[in-house]
Design a binder for this molecule. Structure first.
Ligand SMILES: Cc1cc2nc3c(=O)[nH]c(=O)nc-3n(C[C@H](O)[C@H](O)[C@H](O)COP(=O)(O)OP(=O)(O)OC[C@H]3O[C@@H](n4cnc5c(N)ncnc54)[C@H](O)[C@@H]3O)c2cc1C
Length: 389
């Protein structure tokens, strides 16, 4: 998602880009079941995708806007409710299947001049020289370029081939994902309950189902995946306190290990990392790919404005300076929340519940949090600004 976004932005600005992708995206079929991997995209990300001509291709497929977010604490009565109306916005964001985002990006890429598409293919080796980089693919193809961008996810091969270290954090949790039907309507609301074992999210889908992300201990995740459907629905009803009534049906469950970490540095001469290759964070606030889109937009801006060699450290430093602080801060915040909500008793739990209630009543603090999560405040790349293109 992140690499294709950068490629669209650069090709749209007249650069020549070779895109190497290991897996051919599945063609979109409107009659198919909803995919289990979804992302909550902020209005800031929507703006980036609009600026590069991809958003209309997503709208043509399927997406679900959500106007509210309701977060509550399993160990107490603290809760906070976010409503788009408070910011005079039509929605807080959209829930979109990852395969829909990928399909729309690839459709756009195929319509752009200046794109060479190598798929399915993978990077085998990278040789960095003084004035260029040579990439060898598994197919034997060799590509020479002034810059290679690693957008190949949390287990980035580009990162390891270039010898960039990754400070990994093991969250000791796995996420169970599934699409479920609920007795009551999801009300276009993203629901999240913080359990001591980890957060449980219900994200609304356009067909009335909810995509759930249940982060929990590895042992419980294993157990949840292996339950009979009926048992699983019962456990989910209890874990969600029946907020949407009973869970009446479920798809099969998939499990994802949750790992975090940060590459250091993000750049070398002729190399830049973006998206999960540069940083991966806990999905509890649905920020991972939103940060990645900002990386892509910031790097595109720096490269478009470069007066000389786009692979030089001097140019690439501008990108790292623009993005590392924001990514690190978000990662620390998510880890802070995860730790804070894992404590189920005592003064910390009492203070946390009180804090949620106070934040819920305090307009300015809540609106600040909302604008930040929606990608509508703070330093933003030009592609993320409304009305830029
Ligand atoms: C359960 C869960 C829920 C999440 N929910 C959200 C959410 O709601 N909102 C949000 O913002 N984020 C969310 N995230 C995080 C989000 O999924 C990631 O941040 C996002 O996928 C990162 O995108 P990316 O393009 O950087 O990397 P990836 O999505 O990992 O893509 C990497 C691409 O590189 C390709 N590739 C890999 N290796 C090679 C190679 N050697 N050669 C060629 N190609 C290669 C892969 O095929 C893939 O297409 C969630 C994560 C999890 C686990």
């Amino acid at each position: 998602m992140v690499g294709a976004t950068l490629a669209c932005a650069l090709a749209g600005a007249g650069l020549r880009v070779a895109v190497v992708e290991a897996r051919e995206p599945r063609p979109f079929d409107a009659a198919s079941d909803y995919d289990q991997r979804v992302s909550a995209l902020s209005p800031g990300s929507e703006q980036i995708l609009r600026s590069i001509g991809v958003w209309p291709l997503i709208e043509k497929r399927r997406l679900c806007p959500y106007q509210h977010m309701h977060v509550w604490d399993a160990s107490g009565r603290g809760e906070i409710h976010f409503d788009a109306v408070e910011l005079s916005e039509p929605y807080l964001g959209h829930i979109i299947e990852n395969q829909v985002i990928q399909g729309a990006l690839v459709e756009r890429l195929r319509g752009l001049e200046g794109i060479s598409w190598y798929c399915p293919d993978t990077v085998r080796d990278i040789e960095i020289g003084a004035d260029g980089v040579e990439v060898e693919l598994d197919s034997g193809t060799r590509i020479r370029s002034r810059l290679i961008v690693g957008a190949d996810g949390a287990a980035s091969r580009v990162r390891s081939l270039c010898g960039i270290t990754f400070q990994a954090r093991n969250y000791t949790q796995n996420a169970v994902v599934a699409n479920v039907s609920t007795e009551q309507s999801h009300q276009n609301t993203a629901w999240q309950r913080f359990l001591p074992t980890g957060p449980l999210a219900f994200l609304p889908l356009a067909n009335g189902l909810c995509s759930i992300v249940w982060s929990t201990s590895k042992a419980q995740a294993e157990d949840l995946v292996n339950q009979e459907d009926e048992e699983f629905c019962e456990m989910l009803t209890q874990a969600s306190e029946g907020k949407l009534g009973s869970i009446t049906g479920t798809s099969f469950r998939a499990v994802f290990p949750l790992r975090g970490g940060q590459a250091n540095p993000y750049i070398l001469p002729r190399v830049a990392l973006i998206g999960d290759a540069a940083h991966s964070i806990h999905p509890l606030a649905g920020q991972g790919v939103n940060l990645g889109f900002k990386d892509a937009a910031a790097l595109a801006e720096v490269l478009q404005e470069a007066q000389h060699d786009i692979g030089s450290l001097r140019i690439l430093r501008r990108y790292e300076r623009a993005r590392k602080g924001d990514n690190l801060l978000t990662m620390r915040l998510m880890e802070g929340f995860k730790t804070l909500f894992s404590i189920s008793m005592g003064p910390v739990a009492i203070l946390r519940n009180a804090g949620l209630t106070i934040a819920n009543r305090s307009g300015p603090l809540k609106h600040h949090l909302m604008r930040r999560a929606m990608g509508l405040s703070g330093e933003r790349p030009k592609l993320a600004l409304r009305g830029y293109r």
